[in-house]
Design a protein around this ligand. Structure first.
Ligand SMILES: N[C@@H]1[C@@H](O)[C@H](O)[C@@H](COP(=O)(O)O)O[C@@H]1O
Length: 356
């Protein structure tokens, strides 16, 4: 995990918006191979959207070939309500850039069948080859999207009842009247976020300092769902100084030193090159479209590994004899068996998306 610390909230937002622009440009998306971007709402990402719009207006970036998936939406709030996440996204971002409306995906909290809506959302994400970069924010209780404390860390898009803390935090958008805050939401699951090839989270303010500590210094715990990012290969949290108030001094120094050393040694902290990213994506799409890929879940786990990956398999000569006995090789089927097991278990989770 990378932790990027900036003095102020605005600089954290600037860092992330520049990072996203770089990632999209490096990826060089096309209509056939769009860049798939997961997006959050909330006050924290507002500065990011503002700068993305500025970069677009300056002619630095186009969102024409970007497909977006929003993290969550309230249940029962009319789409055109000023506090719906639909309204938020158009107000702060979509209305100001050249994103194709057909490429915008936001959960419909008024769908006649909410479960079906959630299943369809997961399927749609898979259909486009998975999310390349999921941008997120957190609540003061460490929730990511609306994955409240106690959410399964393997959860997928589903209906969620909101925690009292969240209702209180979000009541500021509803005239501070708790009774006006929707009690339920549709949200992508923790696993949906973890499936993205890269996750970037913004955390600012002293009121989120405890959550940052729990998520970075303590173990993976479903009571602080952001802590699940510890198990992601490409996670980056960008914070302001206020958010670090509960961290140990040595933690802050360590992460700052990582960035300093990387910069002074002349290598960035970005992901592998666009060409290799495209190659990986091609093979994923090929696998998804292959008639052999019978499961709608495609190749679960394909978005985890780094694009340029060192071979992990131990060559047969190096495997100790005792291991050979426990794991008899099946000629020609080694990789396949493991993959099929993964597909099945994923399928079970998708089939039961409701967690209320
Ligand atoms: N569901 C959203 C989250 O996705 C968001 O991260 C959080 C934080 O919002 P803010 O940035 O305003 O603190 O708000 C809501 O709970």
């Amino acid at each position: 995990m990378r932790l990027i610390i900036r003095d102020h909230k605005a600089e954290a937002a600037q860092y992330i918006s520049d990072y996203i622009v770089d990632r999209i440009k490096t990826f060089a998306p096309t209509p056939q191979k769009p860049f798939v971007l997961g997006l959050p709402t909330g006050s924290s990402p507002e500065g990011i959207y503002k700068r993305l719009v500025q970069r677009y207006r300056a002619g630095d970036i186009s969102f024409k070939n970007v497909v977006t998936f929003n993290m969550d939406e309230y249940v029962g709030l009319p789409r055109d309500h000023p506090e719906s996440y639909h309204s938020f996204m158009y107000k702060h971002f979509f209305s100001h850039v050249d994103v194709d409306p057909a490429n915008i995906n936001i959960l419909n909290g008024n769908a006649p069948d909410l479960e079906a809506e959630c299943i369809a959302y997961e399927e749609k994400i898979k259909h486009v080859g998975g999310i390349e970069l999921f941008l997120g924010g957190i609540g003061p209780d460490g929730h990511i999207a609306f994955n409240e404390p106690g959410s399964s860390l393997t959860s997928r898009t589903r209906v969620k009842t909101l925690a009292y803390d969240t209702l209180q935090a979000n009541s500021r958008y509803f005239s501070n009247d708790l009774s006006l805050v929707p009690r339920m939401a549709l949200t992508v699951g923790v696993q949906t976020v973890l499936d993205a090839r890269e996750v970037v989270v913004i955390i600012t303010g002293a009121h989120k300092a405890l959550a940052l500590r729990k998520c970075i210094e303590d173990g993976v715990n479903h009571m602080w769902t952001l802590s699940s990012l510890q198990q992601h290969a490409h996670a980056m949290i960008v914070v302001d100084e206020d958010a670090t108030l509960e961290l140990q001094v040595k933690t802050v120094k360590y992460f700052k030193s990582i960035e300093q050393v990387a910069t002074s040694e002349g290598f960035g902290q970005g992901l592998p090159s666009a060409a290799s990213t495209r190659r990986k994506r091609d093979s994923v799409l090929q696998e998804l479209n292959s008639p052999k890929s019978a499961s709608p879940t495609g190749g679960k786990g394909f978005l985890f590994p780094p694009v340029v990956e060192a071979p992990r398999a131990v060559s047969p000569e190096l495997v100790p004899d005792s291991m050979h006995q426990r794991l008899p090789p099946t000629p020609g089927l080694e990789g396949l068996e493991a993959k099929e097991l993964k597909l099945d278990s994923m399928h079970e989770r998708v089939d039961s998306p409701t967690e209320v």
